[in-house]
Design a protein around this ligand. Structure first.
Ligand code: GAR
Length: 218
């Protein structure tokens, strides 16, 4: 059990993506185990989810640090102590600095609730609604020094309905997030991803059920 590679998951809120990763790990659909759930908020529900599954947790409150770099240095220290080989941001609402990025080169994934490069930053579903797009979705990507600009690993598309609100669209997108984040983690931990410039190749990805499902039911 404990020889499975360790994943650290960073959350700021509800942690439903964290739950999807926990479930996938417990079902052995991904070859790793979560060895740390870290939050910048002591009351993040994601921490409670972790405790329910016996997963070690940590809180590093960004407000206790004088600079983003000092906060990131502490994150790095705590994550390194967990032995994590992969860091997954799952609704972690802090912009990280090069101090964090350079500590885990090509080993940090992020999930974003839009079809990047459209609608980066916060409130992806609301931005999509305001813009009037017919389709939106979600993206798992490697983190780089920009905001939601890193090389893309997996995306999923959902339709935007006439009567959608931010909440209904976000919920439709979130369901797909829960499907593709474990998929991307599996590809990473199985060593199937190679990155050349912006382009990520995923060896034998089509063998993963549902990987190439692109057309939403409209
Ligand atoms: C998810 O929709 C995630 O994509 C988004 O926050 C939500 C967290 O939900 N992240 C961002 O917007 C990052 N820019 P969760 O806590 O239930 O996983």
């Amino acid at each position: 059990m404990n020889d499975r590679p360790v994943i650290a998951v960073l959350v700021s809120g509800s942690g439903s993506n964290l739950q999807a990763i926990i479930d996938a790990s417990e079902r052995r659909e991904i070859p790793g185990r979560i060895g740390l759930v870290l939050s910048n908020k002591a009351d993040a529900y994601g921490l409670e989810r972790a405790r329910k599954h016996g997963i070690p947790t940590a809180v590093v409150d960004h407000k206790a640090f004088g600079s983003r770099e000092a906060f990131d240095a502490k994150l790095v220290e705590v994550i390194r102590a967990s032995g994590a080989v992969l860091v997954c941001l799952a609704g972690f609402m802090r912009v990280v600095t090069p101090v964090f990025l350079r500590a885990f080169p090509h080993r940090i994934l992020n999930i974003h609730p839009a079809l990047l490069p459209s609608f980066p930053g916060t409130h992806g579903p609301a931005q999509a609604l305001r813009y009037g797009v017919r389709f939106s979705g979600c993206t798992v990507h490697f983190l780089d020094e920009g905001v939601d600009t890193g090389p893309i690993i997996v995306q999923a598309v959902v339709p935007v309905h006439e009567d959608d609100t931010e909440e209904t669209l976000a919920a439709r997108i979130l369901k797909e997030e829960h499907r593709i984040y474990p998929m991307a983690i599996r590809l990473f931990l199985e060593g199937r991803l190679t990155v050349e410039g912006r382009k990520v190749s995923a060896k034998d990805a089509e063998k993963i059920p549902d990987f190439s499902r692109r057309n939403p039911d409209v």
